[in-house]
Ligand binder design. Sequence first.
Ligand code: C2E
Ligand code: C2E
Ligand code: C2E
Length: 91
Amino acid sequence: GAAAEPPPKLVLDLERLGELEGVEVAPLARYAATIQAQRGDYNGKVLSIRKEDMRTLAVIYDERPSVLADRLVAWGVLNAEAAEAVSDDEA
Ligand code: C2E
Ligand code: C2E
Ligand code: C2E
């Protein structure tokens, strides 16, 4: 049947994130580091984040969530299939 599949997880590539520099990247890097600290998850190469966190990051970056998701894909830090599932008008 056509049962709904769960949407793909948002997965940040922490190794790639660590290679990037600049003021544009800093808020994302701080946000990811905060989640790692809250979870006690320090050794991962990737970090799965909540959909809700993409909306929070969109506020921080003053972009629509879909636009921010595309940018993170362009930076090489977010998986593209998850970015495609990010919508702007859904809670
Ligand atoms: P919390 O939101 O009260 O979650 C408590 C615990 O429930 C988490 O402890 C985790 O073991 C589990 N949990 C909640 N949601 C999920 C989920 O979607 N998937 C999985 N696998 N487990 C889940 P943990 O990981 O030690 O996190 C402690 C606290 O740190 C969380 O309390 C929350 O306040 C914060 N946190 C951790 N990760 C994230 C995140 O990705 N985004 C946000 N916004 N906060 C996070
Ligand atoms: P998955 O979600 O596709 O994750 C694949 C692998 O990516 C994980 O292998 C882990 O090495 C890495 N990974 C993904 N997200 C994170 C993250 O936030 N932090 C860290 N440190 N690593 C991450 P792993 O651990 O052997 O897990 C294999 C599969 O088992 C996962 O595939 C998932 O389907 C399931 N799984 C593991 N932990 C949880 C969990 O807390 N909640 C749920 N629902 N599934 C989990
Ligand atoms: P996941 O663990 O496979 O969880 C998939 C979805 O199931 C989550 O999507 C959330 O909608 C729901 N879910 C799972 N566990 C809980 C829970 O304890 N409480 C609530 N209210 N919902 C839960 P979401 O939120 O988009 O998170 C995506 C992925 O991000 C999670 O996949 C997990 O890998 C990671 N994650 C999110 N929050 C936490 C957290 O607090 N701690 C840890 N360790 N991982 C988290």
